[in-house]
Design a protein around this ligand. Structure first.
Ligand code: HEC
Length: 136
């Protein structure tokens, strides 16, 4: 009996946290974005997006994730070598380019990180990735 009440309670709260994000986790791009994330990003940035202090920066609330779309797309297409300071920690390891991912995979994974870990930012479309890739 108590367990049932707890389960109902937890379901209620997990639903609440979904409605707080810009996009529901169940949407198609979020689901496929999570798959790309788990395969290509999670090892460094971790399942909760918090990264590893001084090695791999967090993706939680950073201006790189929730700010400029073109800069974010470029990070995946070209990698990143500039030293960064995030939440008072310095990051100097380079991130390799992931340009082998398709435009669809990049759009999905970036839409996913912009709407996960407490982030809330607009989705990124395939057309936006395609346009940015053509600029190189
Ligand atoms: C091998 C480890 C590794 C993998 C895999 C990796 N990253 Fe990174 N990422 C880094 C490092 C290290 C930096 C910091 C680079 C710098 O300081 O110039 C970084 C920086 C970033 C940044 C900008 C800084 C921030 O924290 O907001 C974003 C956004 C990002 N990565 C997204 C991704 C995405 C999306 C993927 C998967 C497609 C991915 N990364 C895969 C290691 C990795």
């Amino acid at each position: 009996m108590k367990a049932t009440v707890l389960v109902v309670f937890l379901m209620f709260f997990s639903n609440l946290s979904y409605t707080q994000t810009a996009l529901p986790l169940k949407s198609k791009s979020m689901l496929s974005g999570k798959k790309v994330y788990d395969m290509y990003c999670q090892a460094c940035h971790q399942a909760d997006g918090n990264g590893v202090p001084r090695l791999n920066p967090p993706l939680v609330g950073t201006v790189y994730v929730t700010g400029s779309k073109t800069r974010l797309i470029d990070i995946v297409l070209k990698g990143l070598t500039d030293p960064l300071e995030i939440n008072g920690e310095e990051y100097n390891n380079p991130m390799a380019a992931h340009s082998f991912l398709t435009d669809q995979q990049i759009a999905d994974v970036l839409t996913y990180i912009r709407n996960s870990f407490g982030n809330k930012a607009g989705a990124i479309s395939v057309a936006e990735v395609k346009k940015q890739r053509a600029k190189k």
